[in-house]
Ligand binder design. Structure first.
Ligand code: GDP
Length: 353
């Protein structure tokens, strides 16, 4: 599953948001998901299309796509140097696909700010500096070994050169992501799992009346306004009351839905569906993935033995009442190996085992 590490200064609302995301009553009632470890929550990606497809096929269950949120303890200035909680807690988020940085925008005077005042851009800078320093420590730790090994193994020359470039870049206070690298160079240092190489989503934890605000860019990105407080209230409501509450706030969807959508966009992901009497299910693939690669997400055998995919768009599947109706109307396409899967495609794979 897609995984996202949550970072941010202490007291900005990370735990509140994490708990709201992972304890949502309405979602829990529909989907059998839970927190696997105290700091890891698997959250279904809300997608109204699943219910429609399941109704058409009389599916016994719905399996949504999921996002795994990984929470870390509060990151404080100096953490990368072993002060505060030390560097080891950053290990929790090393292998995530993206980072979600929660930034305090809410003004509640009862909640102490670590720096004494609410200042989003300075908070972002503090966190980013810590992540850069943590990455610099990772690269500097790897370098001596790499220099030694590269003498024996010529294949490591590229990795060594890239690591040296990175050390310089990080040392100048830049994120790894902003260093221009070739695909080969990028691949060579993948196993360092650098935090600042990951795409970042900024979540602005705003006051209740700011949830629909259009916020100024921070660090070149539009933050996603979410109220952790609203989300934690929403999490306790049944679906009808939650819908009413959202309407009152002028929102069309919960913060979780927005967050999942933004994360998909950030990472260039989309969903396709499989549907039948047993289950209706969403599968996550990169935009641009071809049919065999999409099949491979279900099972590697499906990719290896791929023959073709009977495919209907979500709109046709609904309009013609399922696969049989689409077939009768000539809306069920036979797609081959080169087919580029589209968001919402309902697919039925034929394969050799
Ligand atoms: P963390 O240290 O980043 O995990 O922060 P917490 O989630 O523990 O929140 C710190 C404090 O801020 C708690 O007392 C929360 O109740 C409060 N808090 C969190 N989010 C909000 C919010 O959106 N609005 C307000 N007013 N308080 C919040």
């Amino acid at each position: 599953a897609l995984s996202i590490g949550i970072v941010g200064l202490p007291n900005v609302g990370k735990s509140t948001l994490f708990n709201a995301l992972t304890s949502n009553e309405a979602l829990a009632a529909n989907y059998p998901f839970a927190t696997i470890e105290p700091n890891v929550g698997v959250v279904p990606v809300p997608d109204g299309r699943l219910e429609k497809l399941a109704a058409i096929d009389g599916a016994a269950r719905i399996i949504p796509a999921t996002v795994e949120f990984v929470d870390i303890a509060g990151l404080v200035a100096g953490a990368s140097k072993g002060e505060g909680l030390g560097n080891q807690f950053l290990a929790n988020i090393r292998e995530t696909d993206a980072i979600c940085q929660v930034v305090r925008y809410f003004s509640d005077p009862d909640v102490v700010h670590v720096d004494g005042k609410v200042n989003p851009s300075s908070d972002v800078e503090t966190i980013n500096t810590e992540l850069i320093l943590a990455d610099l420590a990772t690269v500097e730790k790897a370098l001596p070994r790499l220099e030694k090994d590269a003498k024996r193994d010529k294949a490591l020359a590229l990795k060594l050169e890239t690591a040296r470039k990175l050390a310089e870049h990080l040392g100048e206070g830049h994120r790894a992501r902003t260093l221009e690298l070739s695909d080969e160079q990028r691949a060579s240092i993948r196993d360092l799992h650098l935090l600042t190489m990951k795409p970042v989503l900024y979540v602005a934890n705003v006051d209740e009346d700011q949830v629909t605000a259009d916020l100024a860019e921070i660090d070149g990105c539009k933050p996603v306004p979410i109220s952790a407080k609203v989300e934690s209230d929403l999490a306790e409501l049944d679906p009808e009351d939650a819908a009413l509450f959202l309407e009152e706030l002028g929102l069309e969807e919960s913060g979780l839905a927005r967050l999942a959508r933004e994360a998909y966009a950030l990472l260039g992901l989309q969903s396709y569906f499989t549907s039948g009497v047993q289950e209706t299910r969403a599968w996550t693939i990169p935009i641009g993935a071809k049919a065999p690669q999409a099949a491979g997400v279900i099972h590697t055998d499906f990719e290896r033995g791929f023959i073709k995919a009977e495919t209907a768009s979500y709109e046709d599947y609904v309009a013609y009442d399922g696969e049989a109706g689409c077939r009768a109307a000539g809306k069920l396409r036979q797609e081959g190996k080169e087919y580029v899967v589209k968001d919402g495609d309902v697919m039925h794979f034929k394969f050799n085992v």
